[in-house]
Design a protein around this ligand. Structure first.
Ligand code: CIR
Length: 273
């Protein structure tokens, strides 16, 4: 099927906890405002739902300030789901908390085991392969463990680098269609997108790279007009979403959801019981 890297029947999001004010951040630009974050999050969920997908919103997890960034906890492919092992110690428990929510969708749920670390934000699934950026959160053992799991489902995985000082690989890129990625110039300069059509973010608008193609929409963080104009001129159906609160914690569009289409011919764990 073409478009499988951006065609989704389901998504899972998690409401921001009140403790989100204590979330991890590379540079302290002040704590996010919880109530604004909740409004932005609701807009985000509405945008996903507007494409016809079923979107489940999980309750907030107060013990985990960064748990709204649910993408980092799992990789969901049509064949099965993989529970990650986050490299940030304060986020390790978030991975355990996602597993029970995957059983109604999947019969095959795997886990990244110690000693490897890997976070979903470092994983870009394109039409032809899975790219994983090594970063401060994702190491070689984690990548090798994921490679073994996804190889059994027929995917090839390529290890690439997340630029120094960039949180996750997808902080700086997103899939736009079967052959096109949106990327910052600093990431594409590493050569990781050879063979792809690359659209660059406008200068000074690097944070717009953390977009997400979800069915017919491209969700982009609001406030990056030149990149937005370029994408519209290329024919993409843009949906700007307010993101100022998540941005204080280095979060963008992709990190706020798990997006997936489980294969209808494979029974979920719930179907079996
Ligand atoms: C963190 O540092 O883990 C969070 N404050 C932000 C995580 C963003 N996740 C993502 O882009 N996938």
């Amino acid at each position: 099927m073409t478009g499988r890297s951006f065609t989704f029947s389901h998504a899972i999001a998690r409401r921001p906890a009140a403790t989100v004010v204590d979330g991890l951040r590379a540079v302290d630009a002040g704590a996010p405002d919880h109530s604004s974050f909740e409004q932005h999050h609701a807009d985000y969920v509405d945008a996903l739902r507007s494409t016809g997908a079923g979107v489940e919103v999980l309750s907030a997890l107060e013990a985990f300030p960064d748990s709204v960034f649910i993408e980092d906890t799992a990789l969901c492919l049509p064949e099965g789901a993989v529970v990650m092992r986050p490299g940030a110690p304060s986020r390790l428990g978030e991975a355990q908390a996602i597993a029970p929510h995957l059983v109604k969708h999947y019969g095959d749920i795997r886990r990244i085991e110690a000693p490897g670390f890997i976070e979903g934000g470092d994983i870009l699934v394109t039409e032809r392969e899975i790219l994983v950026g090594r970063s401060a959160r994702t190491d070689r053992d984690g990548i090798d463990a994921l490679r073994t799991i996804v190889a059994a489902w027929g995917y090839s995985l390529r290890e690439v680098s997340t630029p120094h000082g960039v949180l996750h690989f997808k902080t700086d890129c997103a899939v736009l269609d079967e052959e096109t990625v949106l990327a910052t110039p600093r990431l594409s300069a590493t050569g990781c997108f050879e063979g792809y059509r690359v659209i660059h973010t406008a200068e000074g608008e690097e944070a717009s790279a953390n977009a997400v193609r979800f069915n017919d929409l491209v969700l982009v963080p609001d406030g990056f007009p030149r990149t937005a104009e370029l994408l519209v001129s290329l024919g993409y159906n843009l949906r700007p979403v307010r993101n100022t609160q998540a941005a204080k914690l280095d979060g963008g569009m992709s990190c706020l959801s798990l997006r997936f289409s489980p294969r209808a011919d494979l029974p979920s764990e719930d179907d079996r019981t």
